[in-house]
Design a protein around this ligand. Sequence first.
Ligand SMILES: NC(=O)c1ccc[n+]([C@@H]2O[C@H](COP(=O)([O-])OP(=O)(O)OC[C@H]3O[C@@H](n4cnc5c(N)ncnc54)[C@H](O)[C@@H]3O)[C@@H](O)[C@H]2O)c1
Length: 511
Amino acid sequence: MAKIILCGFMGSGKTTIGRELSKNLKIPFFDLDSEIEKRFGKDIDKIFQDNGENLFRKIEKDVLLEFLEKKKDFVLAVGGGAIIDTESLNRVLKNSIPVLLDGRPEVFYERIKGDRKRPLLHSLHDFVLLFEQRKHIYMKIPLKINAERPLHNIVSDIMWILKRREFHNPQKIILQVGISFSLVNKEFDFLIIDENVYKIYKERFKIKNKYIVSGGERAKNLDEVSDIYEALLNSGVEKDGKVAGVGGGVISDISGFVSSTYMRGVNLYLVPTTFLSQVDSSIGGKNGVNLSSGKNLVGTFYLPGYTYIDPLFLWTLPGREIISGLGEVFKYGILSENGIFEMLERAYKFDFMTILKFIYPAILEKIKWIKNDMFDRKGERVFLNLGHTVGHMVERIIGFGNLTHGEAVAFGILVSAYISNRSKILKDSDFERIMFLYKKLDFHVKKFAPILNFKEDDLIKTLLLDKKTNSRKLTLVLPKRIGEVFLKRDFQPELLTKFLLEFLRDFKEEI
Ligand SMILES: NC(=O)c1ccc[n+]([C@@H]2O[C@H](COP(=O)([O-])OP(=O)(O)OC[C@H]3O[C@@H](n4cnc5c(N)ncnc54)[C@H](O)[C@@H]3O)[C@@H](O)[C@H]2O)c1
């Protein structure tokens, strides 16, 4: 299991909920205040009176850090004061699964106003003031549960979040909050790891031999691949070697390609750390690297032994990368009737707790399209290309690094919807819903306005670069309605370019 730290203000129910949670998870429960009282033979009130708050906070910190370091699996209830200290908070974030019991101070005050054992509590005014002072600390906890509700709702919500979900067909995937903590015990022979991820998370992996990839999309090329082969050779990785790719889609693509070709195939494990890679690129075994003439032109199909998906990684992901992942989720919402589009429409905001809920249905959706067409031969997997023909073209034109993959795909989806609507297939009402959601997800058409400065011939050439056949005709995936797509074969690149420019002229001011 894991180290679960229940944080929250006085009256948020940490002890009651902690006990219940420990029963459900079958791991011991501790309360930090009670542990301190046990050790010092005095209650908290007395420690405060005799030794003052400063000494109390020092003792509290020592006991908390000892728990994190020495104990294995537990639920620990911790007051807000214990994580004011930056080191304590960072250690909690790095070494445990913190869960915040969230709510309004007025509600929590009502629960405990008669309790004489609370040293910092004098009146509602003081209570609210203290709460306000600690709010910025609580905001740093990723998992937030509304603790104003009945106990059973809170516990079942936490259990839902912590639930381990496994997928076995066509690929072994474990999706679990906190699964990455167990990776420190896994014996990988070699790590291919994203530079930013390495800086933040190096403690989560037992790293002997590694290759750090920097530069994002620009690193997805054969020179980098060749450098990784050399590093593998120098580290003595052999045919039965275990290689783990840790990072976003760039890493899953590079490590998939390297692992499938080095020594004609070594064992691959994936640890996706971006939203986009957790919902898409780490699933399905497709990998690819870029050539100067186009994206993903060299690649293989190669399934990892295991893919470990830990949503906690997303807490450190920049907001723009979260939106990028939403671009692929947007695609799943249009592909079939799976409720994802409506979930996106209903979402009030796309904070950590909201995006967490999209990972499981998105994985199910991706598996649905790939499992009977692993090698992209039967014409099922091709539907996942919705938005990608235009997406890859604009990535090249606007420039890798200026656009995220998800931004390009979401724009491509909008152009596909426009073509389908102009061709009188997609109803106006569905086109409007797609446009509205695109805006709500914080994507912007105006970002693509520079395309209007290009000559049509150049756009067509770029469009054809992405093609993996000699024919000049394109196969497009277009939405018939929200929840159904169809293939339009033999589409002329000139026509697609005409639609693209027309769309940009119509909407570049609006979105
Ligand atoms: N093979 C497939 O099936 C498939 C499917 C979709 C996309 N892709 C490919 O995936 C790539 C895009 O993937 P991506 O969007 O994950 O981009 P990415 O791998 O470049 O990662 C985006 C950024 O996030 C940073 N990052 C990663 N994890 C982090 C974390 N937990 N905290 C902080 N920063 C973190 C990275 O350093 C990078 O700057 C593209 O090359 C695309 O072609 C492949």
